[in-house]
Each structure stands twice: as structure tokens, then as C-alpha cells.
Design a protein around this ligand. Structure first.
Ligand SMILES: *[C@@H]1O[C@H](CO)[C@@H](O)[C@H](O)[C@H]1NC(C)=O
Ligand SMILES: *[C@@H]1O[C@H](CO)[C@@H](O)[C@H](O)[C@H]1NC(C)=O
Length: 264
């Protein structure tokens, strides 16, 4: 009696198990869109993540931190073209888990964070990295790791967190890395040679060679952020390390892309 009952139940148990396993395989640990929907102050930031499809990139990650901006301060980003918005916003997605507690523990070390923008391979120089500074008064601020960029985007608090999968932190205003929005080129602009620029530049134009040489020159110069890395923290799982280093060829490609963008 009882053996035959459990035997007939086995197939449906098996089917349930298969369905459960397949749903685990296709569902991420979190859904940033759903998570932010609970916080109306961040509704514009949330829609921008969806519009630029960054939400999908974020949901595919396992350990991530989002530096979010409230509706009243996002104007600086929302007025820009969508490709620029995407670049700027991907620089607000840190490829490791940081909550306020963990950031406070980093007080005595110089910390450089790797962002999703670095993972795209189009970041120029240090554009894909962020610096974190701790002030004497206990406040924490973020800024682009580009040389001379202001580090004044203050940490205002935690919005949501699911340790150690995802953390959403609120910051005082957008971080706009020099050159990322196309208003300022980090490579020195070529001297104005009006006739030369009227014709479309050939693939091997001298300007492009200059631009491709630029990273080498910069790399030789002493820089406080020569070797960007996320400071190891004893209590966290390893960072997504597929994007900690952008290979030089990709960087060079990004550089030419950047120049073309400016000439065009
Ligand atoms: C995340 O949530 C949004 C809003 O409910 C939904 O439209 C989207 O399909 C979800 N994404 C995933 C990967 O489940
Ligand atoms: C983090 O993700 C793992 C694996 O996807 C999941 O098992 C765990 O419940 C998640 N943690 C939280 C706090 O949601």
C-alpha cells in the first residue's frame, strides 16, 4: 500500500524538482528594478537603468554596489543623450559588494573601486575607476579616479542591501568622470587645422596615432592610481574579477573611438 503510493508520487516530485532547478538557473539573486521600485525617490534613476539596459547587466552580476541618485539631483544626467547616460550610469555600478559598514572599515586604506564602465572596455585612462575618501569628520565621498577629478560625491546612506549580493547606496550627486560625457577630452586636442578636418580622417591619420600613443606616455608619468585594485577586505567574498583590468588593446581601441567621437 504505502510503497505503491510513494512510487506513484515519484514522477510528480521529479517534475517539481526539475522545474525548481530550472527556475533557479534562470533567475538572478536580485532584480534591481524591483528592488528600487520600493523607493520612489529613486524612480528616475531606476527608469534610466532600465532604458539604458544597465538593469540587465546589473542583474547578471553576483556581488555589486549601486551608487544611486535621487530624482531631485539626477538632472545632470537625464538631459544627456542615451549613450552618454549609459556611460555615466555604468560608472555608478561598482563590481564588488560595499555597504556602509564595509566602507567604514576601509578608512585607513586608499581604495580604488572598479566599475561596470571599466568592464565595457571603452573606458579611457582611469575613467572606469572611482576613488573613495574618508574625511576626518567621518564622512565618505566618491569621485572619478581620473587625475584632478573632484572627489565630492558624498555617501548619504544605505538604501537597500542583500549581503553580500547587492548594496544600493545613496550619494549626493552624480559622478561624471572627465571626458566621459564628451564635453572634455582627456587627450590634448589636436591643433586646429581647418582644411584637414573638413575631409573625413583616414584610418591611419597622424591625430589617431598621437591619441594611441597617449596612454603609454601617461603610464610612464607618476600617478597616485598607477595600479588600481580593490583593497582586500577580510569579510567579503572575492570581487567579480573579470573586469579589474582592461587589456591594453581594448584601451587603445577605446581611445581611437573616443577621438572619432570628438571629430564627428
Ligand atoms: C525585474 O523586475 C521588473 C519589474 O517587475 C520586470 O519587468 C523584469 O522582467 C524583471 N527582470 C528579471 C530578470 O526578472
Ligand atoms: C544572495 O544570493 C544567493 C545566491 O543567489 C542566495 O542564495 C542568497 O539568498 C542571497 N542573499 C540574500 C541576502 O538575498
Amino acid at each position: 500500500m504505502s510503497p505503491s503510493t510513494s512510487f506513484s508520487a515519484a514522477p510528480s516530485i521529479l517534475i517539481s524538482a526539475v522545474l525548481l532547478l530550472s527556475s533557479i538557473a534562470t533567475t538572478s539573486a536580485f532584480n534591481i528594478t524591483l528592488l528600487l521600485e520600493k523607493y520612489p525617490d529613486f524612480s528616475e534613476f531606476n527608469s534610466l537603468l532600465s532604458q539604458t539596459h544597465l538593469a540587465d547587466d546589473i542583474n547578471r552580476r553576483k556581488t555589486i554596489t549601486i551608487l544611486a541618485i535621487t530624482n531631485d539631483r539626477i538632472g545632470e544626467i537625464s538631459g544627456k543623450p542615451e549613450d552618454v547616460q549609459k556611460r555615466i550610469l555604468s560608472n555608478h555600478v561598482v563590481l564588488d559588494y560595499f555597504d556602509v559598514l564595509k566602507l567604514n572599515k576601509l578608512k585607513d586604506s586608499k581604495t580604488v573601486l572598479t566599475t561596470l564602465f571599466q568592464a565595457t572596455g571603452i573606458a579611457d585612462e582611469q575613467q572606469g575607476f572611482l576613488n573613495v575618501v574618508h574625511s576626518k569628520d567621518g564622512s565618505i565621498a566618491f569621485g572619478s579616479a581620473m587625475k584632478g577629478a573632484p572627489i565630492d560625491s558624498k555617501l548619504e546612506g544605505s538604501v537597500a542591501s542583500q549581503p553580500y549580493n547587492i548594496s544600493v547606496l545613496s550619494i549626493s550627486h552624480p559622478i561624471i568622470a572627465p571626458g566621459i560625457d564628451g564635453t572634455l577630452s582627456p587627450v590634448s586636442a589636436p591643433p586646429p587645422k581647418a582644411p584637414a578636418h573638413k575631409v573625413p580622417p583616414p584610418a591611419e591619420s597622424p591625430e589617431e596615432e598621437d591619441a594611441a600613443d597617449a596612454p603609454t606616455t601617461d603610464a610612464a608619468a607618476p600617478s597616485p592610481v598607477d595600479a588600481p585594485s580593490v583593497a582586500p577586505s577580510p569579510d567579503s567574498p572575492p570581487a567579480d574579477d573579470d573586469a579589474n583590468q582592461s587589456p591594453p588593446p581594448k584601451n587603445a581601441a577605446g581611445k581611437s573611438w573616443f577621438l572619432v567621437y570628438h571629430l564627428g
